[in-house]
Design a protein. Structure first.
Ligand code: CAA
Length: 258
């Protein structure tokens, strides 16, 4: 795990932490950095001891976007033939919950990376935005799609067309982030949430994440049906029996993750 050039990883009990670590480039998301995130995420997905994952940056920057120096000279053919940015979406195949703990800049691809996670918790100095318009391009990693779902069309359109930033308080008010905490408390607060999630049955947690995420893709009728089917399938698990029996017997459940 220590062969990474662009990230740091650690385990704190049942929680894995991935820290973006290209300080000189404000954690600009180069191909190498995204590749390492994917390797680390896959490793934690496969690690039975890990129940949830935090991804974070530095106090100054979560990530200042895709790496402009890496993209600047690319031709259309380079972008198209290499299916540029496609590998970013590997993150959305991770089935354990991912919390983005965001301090400082989360711009362009940095905002998009945070939005690919399941929960965004912001430090009070966090800044969100999609400034691609200023570079003569557009968001390329879900910004035009996920921001509109998070904060609605008018706010999303204004941010994307002006390139203006959203501060942490406004991001919370708009529904982009779940909560704002003092910058120096960010990791502790994210850890508390991650640890609570990791204390539940992993199989139930993954079913829950998958079902909530299906609301992005499905219409209401299909989504409700999918939810009910997954709800039914929890009755095939040991942990549903254990959870309900523990409640009835007034004791704490002990999950087997199956
Ligand atoms: N790519 C590459 N390098 C970047 C970078 C990026 N996105 N953001 C910052 N850096 C580099 C700077 O070039 C600078 O490097 P040098 O010291 O070698 O010059 C270093 O990080 C520090 O940056 P600044 O000196 O600019 O720091 P600042 O505090 O003055 O400003 C900032 C901070 C406002 C975030 C500014 O760096 C900035 O505007 N960055 C670009 C933000 C941006 O446009 N992001 C969108 C990228 S496009 C995209 O993400 C496409 C997509 O949808 C996937």
């Amino acid at each position: 795990t220590s062969n990474y050039q662009n990230i740091l990883t650690e385990k704190r009990g049942r929680v894995a932490i991935i820290t973006l670590n290209r300080p000189k480039a404000l954690n600009a998301l180069s191909d190498g950095l995204i590749g390492e995130i994917n390797i680390a995420m896959k490793q934690f997905q496969d690690d039975k001891d890990i129940g949830s994952i935090i991804i974070t940056g530095s106090e100054k920057a979560f990530a200042a976007g895709a790496d402009i120096k890496e993209m600047e000279k690319k031709t259309f053919a380079d972008a198209y033939n290499g299916d540029m940015l496609a590998q970013w979406h590997d993150l959305t195949t991770i089935r354990k919950p991912i919390i983005a703990a965001v301090n400082g800049y989360a711009l362009g691809g940095g905002c998009e990376l945070a939005m690919m996670c399941d929960i965004i918790i912001a430090g009070d100095k966090a800044v969100f935005g999609q400034p691609e318009i200023k570079l003569g391009t557009i968001p390329g990693c879900g910004g035009t799609q996920r921001l509109i779902r998070a904060i609605g069309k008018s706010k999303a359109m204004e941010l994307i067309l002006t390139g203006n930033n959203l501060n942490a308080v406004d991001a919370e008010r708009a529904g982009l982030v779940s909560r704002v905490v003092p910058a120096e408390e960010l990791i502790n607060e994210a850890l508390k949430t991650a640890d609570k999630i990791a204390s539940y049955s992993q199989v139930t947690v993954s079913m829950c994440k998958e079902t909530v995420n299906s609301a992005y893709e499905l219409n209401l009728r299909e989504g409700i049906k999918f939810e009910r089917r997954i709800f039914h399938s929890t009755f095939a698990t040991h942990d549903q029996k254990e959870g309900m029996n523990a409640f009835v017997e007034k004791r704490s459940p002990s999950w087997l993750n199956k």
